[in-house]
Design a protein. Structure first.
Length: 208
C-alpha cells in the first residue's frame, strides 16, 4: 500500500532541492576579480616615489692657453724681486718674483719657478733650493708682450735658526729658473742665508 505525500511537504522538498543545487553551482563558479592594469602615468597612495635624476655641476677648470702659445724662456723674460709690503714678520719676509715678457710674442708660464740662494762670482748655490707647489695646483698664465706675471716667494731669515743648525753665510742673490725652463736668471738679494742642508729657508708659489 503506497504512502500518500501531503502537498505542503512536496513543495518544501522541491524548494530545498533547488537551494542545494544552486549552492553546488555557485561553488563551481570562479569568483576571483579580474586583474586591473594601471596606466604608467597613474599612481596610488603608498607607492614608491618616482626616482629623481640629479645632474652634477660641471667641474670648473682654468681655461687653457690659446693653441700654439709657447712656453716662456729665460731669453724672453726680465726678472725683478719686489717686497710684499703687507707680508712677512720678525723672522720672515715675503717677496714677489716678477716675470716680464720682453719678447715680441705671447708666451706662457705654468707652475712654480726654481729658486735658490747663490754666493760668489761663480754663482755657487747656498743651502737647499726653495720648496715648490705642484704644477697641477697652478694654471697656465699667458703673458703678452710687455706684461708681467708674478710668483710669491717667502724667505725665512737666517736669524730664526740656531747658528750651529743654520751655518749662515753671505748670499749675493737668487738663481731663478722659470717653470719648465733649464736656463737660469739672476736677481740681486744680498743677505745672510743658511748653508746647512736639510731645511730650506725658501718657499715659492705658482705663477699667477
Amino acid at each position: 500500500m503506497s504512502k500518500s505525500v501531503r502537498p505542503g511537504a512536496a513543495l518544501l522538498t522541491a524548494v530545498l532541492t533547488g537551494l542545494v543545487a544552486a549552492g553546488a553551482l555557485s561553488g563551481c563558479t570562479n569568483t576571483a576579480p579580474s586583474p586591473t592594469t594601471m596606466s604608467p602615468a597613474s599612481s596610488t597612495a603608498g607607492s614608491a616615489p618616482a626616482t629623481e635624476t640629479v645632474t652634477a655641476a660641471p667641474t670648473t677648470t682654468a681655461a687653457p692657453a690659446p693653441a700654439g702659445t709657447r712656453d716662456c724662456k729665460a731669453a724672453d723674460l726680465s726678472l725683478a724681486l719686489a717686497p710684499d709690503e703687507g707680508g712677512g714678520g720678525m723672522m720672515k719676509q715675503v717677496y714677489h718674483l716678477q716675470f716680464t715678457n720682453r719678447s715680441q710674442s705671447s708666451c706662457q708660464l705654468w707652475g712654480s719657478p726654481g729658486v735658490s740662494f747663490v754666493t760668489g762670482d761663480n754663482g755657487q748655490q747656498v743651502g737647499d733650493p726653495a720648496s715648490r707647489v705642484e704644477r697641477s695646483k697652478g694654471k697656465q698664465v699667458v703673458i703678452r708682450p710687455g706684461a708681467t706675471a708674478s710668483s710669491q716667494l717667502t724667505i725665512v731669515k737666517a736669524d730664526a735658526y740656531p747658528p750651529e743648525q743654520c751655518k749662515p753665510v753671505d748670499a749675493r742673490g737668487l738663481r731663478v729658473y722659470a717653470p719648465g725652463d733649464t736656463a737660469s736668471m739672476y736677481v740681486d738679494a744680498p743677505q745672510q742665508a743658511c748653508s746647512a742642508a736639510g731645511n730650506s729657508t725658501l718657499s715659492v708659489e705658482t705663477v699667477d
